[in-house]
Design a protein around this ligand. Structure first.
Ligand code: NAD
Length: 412
């Protein structure tokens, strides 16, 4: 399914439930601004190649646009639009004062040398630097962009706009030595973990058996967190090459070493190799999609046996699958809530840069926990109030906060 249509369907459902303000709804059905740039990059061979990049500034009623930059050969405008719309909702669900944006470049970064990657990243900012800034639009990493790339981008921005400490706040997800925040690397999974603890309590699930699809930044850190909790057990994980299942639990620490050595989670000890499709349909208590969009659809939702789904990936469940799971009484803790830990700590990084301060890891994680747990509680209450699924409830909370910000702007 086209991810932007997916967003619109979910928006419509929330709007109809609360009879939301028509004018603000219309505004939220399209981005405020779309920027397209063509970036000439001198390749190591001496030839010049042109790469196309985007930035979608979806909505800034609640604060500067905020969202990552994705490097992928499949990047397209509708995907970037959807991701920027989700960022708008996500920041509002966890009530951080940021709007939504997202960027992308059509490129397979694995085919570039380090020098080419740096020239491309600097070229993107050179073309874009007048449209971003600490109080305008604050990018961050996403798929295949790294802290080092954020550093190059920050430096390029400063080259054009001045080497002032506050200008470090133009971008987040930087290495700690360049003004990054402690805890940013694990924040997405940790935020999801806090939400999971509360969800398990609300739905009275004890000693859960968990399956995780995706073993990258989000999925592998989540697996580690769960493995360190003696009341939980990780029975299945997967990556792009396939998955593994072990009924009495996977040793995640050893699995991380195995993945580093072999490049895959498969063929691990005495675990059984399974496919990604099989992982989704396992008889577990918790299913955590942490890889791609459109994984749980009308074709497999009926066969999901998990008692609860926690979305660490963006957009893994289609609206049709949402309906099926709701009817089956399987709560889906939505992406715009459960993976919001990353943007929350990005916001902390922005704040630290503007105040020229450094917070301790404990400070970061304590604040993160409070925000995630309060947000889950607020979403759960809204779901009970309107008898809707958690995703619709999360959208409702977001819409109400965006409307409030809009009305406050109008009054000034
Ligand atoms: P990543 O690139 O680090 O990891 C992605 C993982 O998915 C890899 O293990 C890869 O092997 C696996 N994968 C790819 N294709 C797969 C397939 N067909 N089946 C199963 N696994 C497959 O990316 P990430 O940062 O972990 O992001 C994963 C998801 O989480 C994305 O949807 C991303 O938008 C979302 N997310 C990440 C963050 C963050 O801070 N990292 C924040 C919010 C949302």
């Amino acid at each position: 399914m086209d991810p932007f249509q997916n967003y619109l369907k979910k928006l419509d459902k929330a709007k109809d439930t609360i009879k939301f303000n028509d004018k603000i709804y219309e505004i939220l059905t399209r981005p405020q601004r779309i920027i397209e740039v063509n970036i000439p990059v001198e390749m190591d061979s001496g030839e010049t190649k042109i790469f196309t990049g985007y930035r979608v500034q979806y909505n800034n009623f609640r604060g500067p646009y905020k969202g990552g930059i994705r490097y992928h050969h499949n990047v397209d405008m509708n995907e970037v639009k959807a991701l920027s719309a989700w960022m708008t909702m996500k920041c509002a669900v966890v009530d951080i004062p940021m709007g939504g944006g997202k960027g992308g470049i059509i490129v397979n970064p694995k085919q570039l040398s380090k020098g080419e990657l740096e020239r491309l990243s600097r070229g993107y900012i050179k073309a874009m630097h007048e449209s971003i800034g600490p109080f305008i639009d604050v990018p961050a990493p996403d798929v295949y962009t790294t802290p080092e790339i954020m550093s190059w981008m920050m430096d390029e921005y400063m080259k054009h706009n001045g080497y002032h400490y506050m200008n470090r706040a133009v971008i987040t997800g930087k290495p700690v030595k360049d003004g990054g925040s402690l805890g940013r690397d694990k924040s997405t999974a940790l935020g999801g973990y806090y939400v999971l603890l509360d969800a398990l309590e609300k739905y009275s699930i004890k000693n859960p058996r968990v399956a995780i699809q995706g073993f990258g930044n989000a999925g592998s850190v989540m697996a580690e967190l769960l493995a360190n909790n003696k009341d939980m057990i990780v029975v299945a994980v997967s990556d792009s090459k396939g998955g593994i299942y072990k009924k009495d639990g996977i040793n995640v620490k050893r699995l991380l070493a195995h993945k580093t050595e072999t490049g895959t989670v498969q063929d691990f000890q005495d675990a059984i190799n399974i496919s990604n499709e099989e992982l989704l349909e396992l008889d577990v208590d918790v299913l955590i999609p942490a890889a791609l969009e459109n994984q749980i659809t009308e074709n497999n939702a009926d066969r999901i046996k998990a008692k609860i789904v926690l979305e660490l990936a963006n957009g893994p469940t289609t609206p049709e699958a949402d309906e099926i799971l709701f009817k089956k009484n399987v709560p889906v803790v939505p992406d715009i809530l459960s993976n919001a830990g990353g943007v929350t700590v990005s916001y902390f990084e922005w704040l630290q840069n503007l105040e020229n301060k450094y917070w301790t890891l404990e400070e970061v994680n304590t604040k993160l926990e409070k925000i995630m747990r309060n947000s889950f509680d607020a979403v759960y209450k809204t779901a009970s109030k309107y008898t809707v699924d958690l995703r619709t409830a999360a959208y409702i909370n977001a819409l109400q906060r965006i409307e409030k910000a809009y009305n406050e702007m109008k009054d000034t």
